[in-house]
Design a protein around this ligand. Structure first.
Ligand code: BYC
Length: 482
């Protein structure tokens, strides 16, 4: 079988030989109608009949894996795609390091592995649910198309995890696959599993921040799972990472374009003080301090997704060879970590201090540290746009202890610089750090749809280049066909 080519003949495009795997094919075909019902109920609201210029994976060859065409979203070909198998691959870390990678689920780790797959799977439909109302207020057809691209690919990532569940986890896997369609983001009775995926994505600035910060957690977690000794999971995540890159591009360039428009409008109006918020807002753009507050919110919510700083779950998953570190294959150590230590930021006697912890227990912390480094790269690019336009302002990531709900700092109040606050101080200053109701109302007031090709809402600059090199007036979504 040529793994790079995708079989498009059946209901479910795939490069895993589904045609010859009758049991799994039937199971997935049975799951399919429930998925389509979920997509129609919980996927993008409206626009389901519109023609959207989407990319679809047609190969897993990194040099040319996607084709672009107009598609109605419910007819998108969601498929099961794994990156090519590496002959002779060995388990790269943990107590089984050096043994042949598993092609079947190792019995002793079945429950742990299933939990990792289910948590990963749960985030994918959750994000689609969070973003389902945004189409109506898209600032351009270009942005609307990017939203829908992200949505259909998150849907595909759900398929990726459901394939693993159906193929490798028998009856339990089938039940988990059903449950993935039953939980709902933000539902008080059946919420999604992780906190940040139950928050609202109420406006487009939130969407860009989410795809910048939260999809980047996706990248880190997928990188860690791509190292897995369970080879089908590794191969699945490797291909998902190819798609994930575009999601973070949408986030990074989205925020860049918002910042650029604000700074350009300020310059044009002769406003030099970025804190002259009322005047800036009158220009129909989002002031930089409010953009900073949104970054504070989404960064801190996303840090919670790394779990507790000290985690036995993380230690067990590494020891077992199931979940590695960020780019484990590029690290130079024994890949077993039985004796090393890692500095963990903790709350000790009312102060935030580093304390060495066993490296195995500190793996969530370490992944989070790698994440913060990765986040800062794009923030640097945002600041360059601001500096180039001559505005005295810098976006800064808040301290990692700020506004936390999981882990070491969840029971204390900390400001963006890492100073501990009393509950009263926190209540008083909260809206200096996080969007207030009036900030939210202002942003909402700007969320007016702009559905004419080549036009953009007042608060966002056009992109530098089109998707698939299309010209500026390209009709990325044909709404009229709805
Ligand atoms: N919310 O030992 P701990 C993405 C629970 S994003 C609620 O520290 P662990 C995407 C935890 O479950 C990437 N509960 O946990 C992005 C545990 O409960 P149990 C998604 C939480 O396992 C954008 C208990 O607290 N993928 O792909 O070390 C759009 C003890 O915690 C939370 C993954 O996350 C929370 N935030 O770390 C679309 C990878 N945090 O079991 C998609 C798979 C912790 O004791 N998941 N808890 O009842 C994992 O690797 C880990 O499970 C976690 C948590 C990193 C999530």
């Amino acid at each position: 079988m040529n793994i790079a080519a995708v079989d498009y003949d059946g209901l479910i495009p795939n490069n895993v030989g589904l045609g010859q795997d009758v049991r799994v094919k039937r199971a997935l075909e049975k799951w399919h109608p429930g998925y389509i019902n979920w997509w129609k109920d919980m996927g993008p609201e409206g626009f389901q009949e519109s023609l959207v210029y989407l990319r679809t994976a047609v190969s897993v060859d990194p040099k040319g894996w996607a084709k672009f065409d107009y598609v109605r979203m419910p007819e998108y070909r969601w498929g099961v795609l794994l990156a090519p198998q590496h002959d002779g691959r060995r388990i790269p870390f943990g107590t089984h390091k050096g043994e042949d990678a598993w092609q079947e689920v190792p019995g002793e780790y079945r429950a742990m592995l299933r939990r990792l797959v289910v948590i990963q799977g749960d985030t994918e439909p959750a994000s689609v649910e969070q973003q389902r109302h945004l189409g109506k207020t898209a600032p351009s057809l270009y942005d609307m198309r990017n939203l829908f691209q992200v949505n259909v690919e998150e849907g595909r990532h759900l398929w990726a995890m459901v394939y693993l569940l159906q193929k490798y986890f028998g009856t339990d896997g089938r039940e988990e696959a059903e449950a993935l369609l039953e939980r709902r983001s933000g539902d008080p009775d059946t919420p999604r599993m992780l906190g940040a995926f139950n928050e609202k994505t109420p406006d487009w600035l939130s969407f860009f921040m989410f795809t910048y910060f939260t999809d980047r957690d996706g990248k880190m977690q997928l990188e860690a799972l791509a190292q897995s000794g369970f080879d089908p999971l590794s191969r699945t995540c490797r291909f998902m990472l190819t798609e994930e890159a575009h999601h973070m591009f949408v986030g990074e360039t989205g925020v860049t374009r918002v910042i650029q428009r604000t700074c350009e409008a300020m310059k044009q109006a002769g406003i030099e003080d970025p804190y002259d918020i009322a005047r800036v807002r009158k220009l129909g753009v989002i002031d930089l301090p409010t953009i900073q507050k949104k970054a504070n919110l989404h960064f801190s919510l996303t840090l919670d997704l790394f779990g507790n700083e000290i985690s036995t779950n993380a230690a067990n998953a590494f020891h077992a060879g199931l979940k590695g570190r960020f780019r484990e294959d590029r690290l130079k150590d024994d890949h077993q970590l039985e004796s090393g230590t890692y500095p963990v930021l903790r709350l000790i006697d009312g102060q935030i201090k580093n304390e060495d912890a066993p490296a195995l227990s500190a793996l969530n912390m370490r992944l989070r540290d790698d994440y913060v480094v990765d986040c800062n790269v794009g923030v640097g690019r945002w600041n360059k746009v601001i500096a180039d336009l001559g505005i005295p302002f810098e976006i800064k990531l808040p301290h990692v202890a700020f506004h936390r709900h999981i882990g070491e700092f969840s029971r204390t109040n900390v400001d963006v610089d890492g100073n501990i606050l009393s509950p009263a101080e926190w209540t008083e200053r909260r809206t200096a750090y996080l969007p207030s109701e009036s900030d939210k109302d202002f942003i909402e007031s700007l969320m007016q749809p702009q559905f004419e090709p080549a036009k953009f809402a007042s608060w966002i600059a056009p992109p530098k280049v089109g998707i698939d090199n299309k010209p500026g007036d390209f009709e990325y979504v044909k709404i009229a066909d709805a």
